[in-house]
Design a binder for this molecule. Sequence first.
Ligand code: UT7
Length: 320
Amino acid sequence: MDKNISAHIVSAGSYVPEQILTNKELEMFLDTSDEWITSRTGIKQRHIVPRGHNTPASELGSKAAQVALEKAGMDCSQIDGIICATFTPDYFFPSTACRIQAALGMKNGFAFDISAACAGFVYALNTANSMIISGQAKNMLVIGSEVITKTLDWTDRNTCILFGDGAGAVVVSAKEDSSRGIISSYIASDGSLGDILKLPAWGESRFMHMNGNDVFKHAVRLMSESTQKVLEDAHMDLEQIDLIIPHQANIRIIQALASLLKFPMEKIVTNMDRYGNTSSASIPIALEEAWNEGRIKEGSKVVLSCIGGGITIGSSLIIF
Ligand code: UT7
């Protein structure tokens, strides 16, 4: 292991399906309102794969990966491995990452999936970081891709209004500059809380189930604790952080997080108004947008933070 080597996010890309489902359209078949959804969640619309078309997560993921590769000025032959975070895989096997590898026309390297629900992207990034600093890979694609609308009960207003489909990807590369890159990274889980948010693989009810109030409470506490943890590990304070990119589940969760951390909302990236909750894709989509808008520059200190079904928890501190 070379102590000078660190893993740098060199580019980000995203892809969302064209079709948009607005809150107003939900009002047409569900006992809900634009006013309720907007005030309780911050969500105004979400992108969805066309109903009746079997668009797989690998299709969205490979399109996001192509954008990230293009921005990095790289070809897939330079990539040593793909990790895809998803809870909506194309198949139990082959993995969605293998399907993305095939879609990219990539013959080399390895590919595997990670299942950590909405914390999947940070879990995958953490894994790629470990593989890069241990010398097992030099360039990796880390992808979060979800077709969540397939898993929703469209008569359950507690869940179906929250989610959207999409994918985000980053290229992570080994660089001989340990003053930047992924500075600290933390993942954890609490399996005893598994029942508050779940999607059964077998049985009659193959829809997502959620106790929203419980998830809300744990989300604020755990995202705050894991943010503090990566700061401590990096010997840094929140005052030094330029941007937090949290998982985009609910604007009220993010406002409560900001108030608990005493961190200004202006330095927190939010885009759930346009995409809803895209689970493992939410952080890389928001990251790409922030980068495109110039909110991330060379030297920017950024914290990613999320929780997901499991319960899974993850944060990363990155200097760009
Ligand atoms: O990525 C992690 C995944 N999930 C999350 O992060 C979700 C976390 N939780 C949340 O975002 C919020 O708990 C929700 C948005 C899911 C719910 O918001 P809430 O403020 O916690 O509402 P509630 O569940 O306490 O429900 C309040 C009322 C209830 O009616 P009653 O019992 O007071 O008459 C619900 O039946 O709102 C009703 N309600 C709705 N009304 C209109 C629930 N869903 C809807 C809806 N439209 N879509």
